[in-house]
Design a protein around this ligand. Structure first.
Ligand code: NHX
Ligand code: ZN
Length: 326
């Protein structure tokens, strides 16, 4: 990794310190890093650090076990640990500890004796999107746009197959700056995503903007986060997952350090890079057109659902599906 003096000294020092033990001393040395790709291979020879234990983020069963560990420290009743674990896909152990702690604080603040599932659900949202910002004044016009934007996501998600069920829709603003969001929760842990599922996700992300355009004939800055997420998925499909007809199974981008943000480096010519952009654009444009069609075809339901959301501010997935299937 280049000639960094300090780093070379650290490596030499480590190797020196580890010398002089033999197999019978009963000494085990443990070390942790989130840059395994940059370790000198001298460190990883047999007799040195000779076993690698990969600590990935916990999966569904792992999250349940971690939540149960932290729940032991607080008073709680009838917790749906499975639901909370499903709603926290991608969370680390530390984040789960934080979620349990936030739930305990919330329960105390609201004068409860025990933490319940709803406290944990609220604290998941607090950790993801910040605390509720109840005093924020939003004009009626903007509230309507926000409600239709969220119902746009939810409706587009519900009208597609291979799409996680809508769990909750809310237009209560949060301290992060989020004015509303639509939560989808899968019933099981997913380790693989099919091309179809990824395209459906992108279509769902475009559903908010599509609703703004179809209903009000305006487009707003609010969709920026949706646009980023849709673009990230579409770009990965083309450059990492071999999912474009044009490039097929060609790695056009590689992931640098998977444990530190996972930023990527292009591995193609600048002409190809420009062409990736147009492939990505086409994927998103297709998805957006599909979302527009879904919303236009369900205009009446949009009005009914958005009206209900404006009145209630938060609606559950069940309430949403009940109105949709009425
Ligand atoms: C702003 N906020 O920044 C205003 C205050 C379009 C109904 N000028 O797409 O809230 O525009 O479906 C987590 C996730 C900020 C944190 C998304 C913080 C988005 C979110 C920008 C809904 N829901 N946009 C969305 C939204 C905005 C933002 C976030 C976040 C809106 C939209 C925020
Ligand atoms: Zn959105």
């Amino acid at each position: 990794m280049g000639g960094n003096d300090e780093r070379e000294q650290t490596l030499n020092q480590l190797l020196t310190e580890m010398d002089g033990f033999d197999g019978k001393k009963g000494v085990v040395i443990l070390a942790a890093t989130n840059r395994p790709e940059s370790l000198d291979s001298a460190l990883l020879r047999p007799g040195r650090f000779d076993r690698t234990v990969i600590m990935n983020l916990p999966d569904l069963e792992g999250r349940k076990a971690i939540l149960n560990v932290h729940l032991k420290n607080i008073k709680h009743k009838d917790i749906d640990v499975d639901l909370i674990a499903r709603a926290t896909a991608g969370s680390s152990g530390a984040e789960l500890a934080n979620i349990v702690n936030e739930a305990a604080l919330l329960a105390v603040r609201t004068g409860k004796e025990y933490v319940s599932t709803s406290d944990l659900e609220e604290s998941v949202e607090t950790v993801i999107a910040g605390a509720q910002k109840k005093g924020m004044v939003i004009s009626e016009k903007e509230k309507k746009i926000i409600a239709y934007h969220e119902i746009g996501h939810a409706l587009v998600a519900a009208m597609q197959t291979h799409s996680a069920p809508v769990h909750k829709i809310t237009i209560i603003p949060r301290t992060s700056g989020a004015l509303g969001y639509t939560m989808q929760v899968d019933s099981k842990e997913k380790y693989l995503l099919s091309k179809e599922e990824l395209l459906n996700k992108i279509t769902t992300f475009t559903g908010g903007r599509a609703a703004e355009k179809v209903i009000f004939d305006v487009i707003t800055t609010g969709a920026s986060n949706d646009i980023e997420q849709a673009t990230r998925i579409a770009r990965s499909m083309v450059s990492r997952y071999g999912m474009s007809d044009k490039y097929g199974m060609m790695a056009l981008e590689t992931v640098n350090n998977a444990y530190l943000g996972g930023d990527t480096t292009l591995a193609c010519s600048s002409a190809t890079a420009a062409d990736i952009d147009s492939e990505v654009r086409a994927i998103i444009e297709n998805a957006y057109n599909k979302a527009v069609e879904i919303i236009k075809a369900n205009r009446k339901k949009m009005d009914e659902l958005a009206g209900f959301l404006l009145e209630k501010e938060t609606i559950t997935g069940e309430e949403f599906m009940e109105i949709l299937n009425r």
